[in-house]
Design a protein around this ligand. Structure first.
Ligand code: PRX
Length: 633
């Protein structure tokens, strides 16, 4: 098939195009209207249709391939490995659904999932989908304050967690962090369901905390039928960082998401039922939702959930998994590949990787060196794909399942079907021509699978995403980009205060707010600075109240440790800056706006740009000086 024609059809006749795609999934009742865009920018897909994500991911496959593997949970932290067939997965999901119902959870209730990468996390997500409860998975790397703000926003009826996660053999006390978060939150959950892995002590709160194993034992024979949902009912909320300190709850639907995932599994990931998919992400991120849990299962594939590091027990671990489970499609992030590149290549060459057909990389820019290296090592196509928590599936890539178009180094590819991608000039709002830098935007309606709204705040959805350009309602990705004459896009970084550390999306404002809560911090600026391994790292510049405490090296080191400790404690290690520098003032405009981009440029050894509005140019030298002092050590 010719991709250009396929794409055109998706843009020119979207209703026909997506109606055809809808046949990839099961519907209890077909839709009465494919698209309702009567209230832009809110798009409703498959209106009136009734379906269910859990049915499509699990039950649907039980008849034809019930004995085949569906979920393979591997932990190199606890040295456990367990495979569940589609039939077994359905049984566990039904038990979990019954457990949740016995705790009072029903359709439309929110269930917050704060869990490590264990099979029970997937059971819980699928069980929520089965009964129409709305899950909100919070990444395990987030700590008490991050968790508390998500509890307050979603007001969950139930929180599902575990005693601990494990990273590099060290227990991460989830339950302890959760208790702290619940203390901080105003919306207290009625019930907390806990998987006890015997990794860390748990203090049980009587009347609130329930033990997974006991409750499961009481529901062994449970049968919980699928609740058919209207296509536009919400399936889940996933919080993500933006410009403000308050993360946004990205809300997704049921039918549109199922169809988008089924299509992307076919055209992008070329996954066939009976094969094995391995995404190395975490269920706490969108890649985990779309391509660890729902996508592969909807395609009838076995999916691998992996808890552990890519280099433990050694750098061959992922490749041994590929060999053992005959993985055909693998999905990872450039940082992970850069980590592996530092290891001796023997680890990769030791295993039979002949089952592998392609490696997909996303989440951050893919540099040419990494791309070339891994492509030569594996001898399979490396397929970059660009998208966001908000879209749920790739915006830019090469849909090899439609046409085997060539990839281009440094480019994630061309606009994916359904996405009317274009570039707008930041100042004039006019459309950019070939090779002109602009903001990557998408014309509405967004295709199926994309966010419906910001949870509980429609206005914020409109104001945040659709109001960047005066007089035009277009969806802004907040990424800079450029397109070549052949339609290949190149992503050039964010236009807002979001940074990308090892493929993890973080808001610098959130980190600043956390640092500001330290008693001796008067002002702070956090910027993302280029890093060879992680893509970017966060670096903080702080003005202290009492400068005597940062007068010498020992004082500065102690103060830095304390500040990093605050971030660890409040947001989690994932948000910890790589360095904290102490400066007497921060570069600002005369109207008091922080010049983050200039600070970032100086950190990266670039020209700080237009400084006509700067209040005191000496402030930039002070940044230089702080960095320089470090370089001298
Ligand atoms: O800046 C872009 C970058 O990651 C952002 C979205 O992150 P998140 O919401 O966590 O979703 C990740 C889904 C894969 C984007 O706005 N980004 C994502 N993929 C790429 C990328 N930058 C360059 N190349 C990519 N392939």
């Amino acid at each position: 098939m010719n991709y250009a024609d396929f794409y055109r059809r998706s843009i020119d006749t979207p209703e026909q195009f997506w109606q055809d795609e809808a046949a990839l999934i099961d519907w209890n009742v077909p839709c009465t209207k494919v698209l309702d865009y009567s209230h832009p920018p809110f798009a409703k897909w498959f209106v009136g249709g009734q379906t269910n994500l859990c049915h499509n991911a699990v039950d649907r496959w039980c008849a034809a391939q019930g004995e085949r593997a569906a979920l393979i949970a591997i932990s190199t932290e606890t040295n456990t490995e367990r495979s569940y067939s589609f039939n077994e997965l359905r049984t566990e999901v039904e038990r979990c659904a019954a457990m949740m119902q016995s705790l009072g959870v029903g359709r439309g209730d929110r269930v917050l999932i704060y869990m490590p990468m264990i099979a029970e996390a997937a059971f819980t997500m699928l069980a929520c989908a089965r009964i129409g409860a709305i899950h909100s998975v919070v990444f395990g790397g987030f700590a008490a304050n991050s968790l508390a703000s998500r509890i307050d926003d979603a007001k969950p009826a139930l929180i599902v967690s575990a005693d601990a996660g494990s990273r590099n053999g060290k227990a991460i006390p989830y339950k302890y962090l959760l208790d702290e978060a619940i203390t901080l939150s105003t919306a207290k959950p009625a019930k907390v369901l806990l998987v006890n892995r015997n990794l860390a002590p748990m203090e049980v709160v009587a009347g609130r905390d329930e033990d997974w194993a006991s409750l499961r034992a009481a529901n062994m024979d449970a049968h919980v039928p699928v609740t058919w949902l209207e296509s536009n009912d919400p399936s889940y909320i996933l919080y993500t960082s933006g410009t403000t300190g308050k993360p946004k709850g990205v809300q997704r639907d049921v039918g549109g998401y199922a169809v988008a995932l089924a299509s992307s599994m076919k055209y992008n990931f070329c996954g066939n039922a009976g094969e094995t998919f391995f995404a190395t992400s975490d269920i706490g991120w969108v890649v985990g939702h779309s391509y660890i849990v729902y996508g592969p299962l909807i395609a009838g594939m076995a999916t691998i959930m992996y808890e552990g590091l890519p280099i433990c027990p050694d750098a061959g671990i992922w490749w041994s998994i590929v060999e053992k489970y005959k993985v055909t499609r693998m999905f990872s992030a450039p940082t992970a590949i850069r980590v592996l590149r530092k290891q001796p290549p023997e680890f990769m060459r030791k295993y039979d990787l002949s089952s592998l057909r392609a490696l997909y990389l996303a989440g951050e820019p893919l540099d040419e060196t990494t791309s070339k290296w891994i492509s030569e090592e594996l001898g399979v196509p490396i397929i970059d794909n660009y998208w966001q928590t908000e879209t749920g599936w790739p915006i830019l890539s090469i849909a090899k399942g439609v046409e085997d178009l060539p990839t281009r180094l440094g480019s994630p590819g061309v606009a994916m079907y359904g996405y009317k991608v274009k570039l707008l000039n930041e100042s004039t709002g006019e459309e950019c021509g070939a090779n002109e830098k602009g903001v990557v935007v998408i014309d509405g309606p967004l295709p199926p699978g994309c966010m419906q709204t910001v949870y509980g705040d429609d206005q914020r959805f409109v104001d945040t995403y659709w109001s960047t350009f005066d007089g035009q309602q277009v969806y802004s990705t907040f990424d800079w980009g450029v397109r070549d004459a052949d339609g290949y896009y190149f992503i050039l970084g964010r236009t807002d205060d979001v940074i990308n550390v090892a493929g993890h999306r973080l808001g610098t404002r959130e980190i600043e707010e956390s640092i500001s809560s330290h008693a001796n911090v008067s002002e702070v600026a956090v910027v993302g600075v280029e890093d060879k391994l992680k893509g970017q790292v966060a670096v903080a510049f702080v003005i202290v109240k009492d400068a005597t405490r940062t007068a010498d090296d020992a004082g500065r080191a102690a103060q830095e440790r304390e500040i990093l400790g605050v971030v660890d404690h409040q947001l989690g290690a994932v948000a910890r800056p790589s360095r904290v520098y102490f400066v007497p003032q921060l570069p600002k405009t005369r109207s008091g706006k922080l010049l983050r981009r200039s600070i970032q440029a100086i950190c990266e050894g670039r020209n700080p740009g237009d400084l006509t509005a700067i209040e005191d140019p000496a402030s930039l030298q002070q940044i230089q000086h702080a960095l320089h002092g470090d370089a001298k050590k």
